[in-house]
Design a protein around this ligand. Structure first.
Ligand code: TMP
Length: 208
């Protein structure tokens, strides 16, 4: 496959989503063939699954059900959108992928990272990102940022307590240590411009 599959990861309020869109615009202006997408979602079926997972009324959702739904959305998104774009040689900027499941469901929910990875293999069949940027911010600061942003939609996982978000953060740190070649840490506790520049430079040096 000739394209690049680049994923953006991190806890809540790390700024990755807006940075992804700015980088998309910049890469396009330089002539790169880029698409943006997100998980869970990115295509119709996966967006429908997203609304079930993140619906604030679904308080009874059990951890394994949650992990399976993320994996189901991932499978459909991969075959319908990511793999065809890779075949066409595009750069795919994807907001979250398997590392979110490993950090949130595997580590923070306590299902086990290895178990969640094995279950996800059924969905991804070894299709891992080429490059992953982990936007590193203290969870408390991230949550304060989203609390200050009145326009942001609050989903079911935003209402988890700080201990849960600390575990998510710990999960990402474990992953960054485990996959140092793929996962690059970006210090997200800087101005948006500085974070964006660090992320952009990483991507450019990778694709060049
Ligand atoms: P978003 O807020 O970045 O759009 O992501 C939606 C939420 O889903 C966010 O709280 C992280 C969570 N999530 C998981 O728990 N596991 C996953 O596999 C993915 C993709 C997202």
């Amino acid at each position: 496959m000739s394209g690049y599959f680049i994923t953006f990861e991190g806890g809540e309020g790390a700024g990755k989503t807006s940075i992804l869109h700015t980088i998309n615009t910049k890469l396009k202006s330089l002539g790169y063939d880029v698409i943006t997408t997100r998980e869970p979602g990115g295509i119709q079926i996966a967006e429908q699954i997203r609304s079930i997972i993140l619906n604030r009324q679904n308080t009874e959702m059990e951890e394994r059900t949650e992990a399976l739904l993320y994996a189901a959305a991932r499978r459909q998104h991969l075959v319908e959108k990511v793999l065809p774009a890779l075949e066409e040689g595009k750069i795919i900027l994807c907001d979250r992928f398997i590392d979110s499941s490993l950090a949130y469901q595997g580590h923070a929910r306590g299902l086990g990272m290895d178990e969640v990875f094995t279950m996800n293999q059924f969905a991804i069949k070894d299709c891992m990102p080429d490059l992953t940027l982990f936007f590193d911010i203290d969870p408390k600061k991230g949550l304060d940022r989203i609390a200050a942003n009145k326009d942001r939609e609050r989903n079911r996982l935003d209402f988890e307590n700080i201990e849960f978000h600390n575990l998510v953060y710990e999960g990402y740190q474990i992953l960054a240590e485990r996959f140092p070649d793929r996962i690059r840490t970006i210090d997200a506790d800087q101005t948006m411009e500085a974070v964006e520049k660090a992320a952009f430079d990483r991507i450019i040096s990778y694709i060049k």
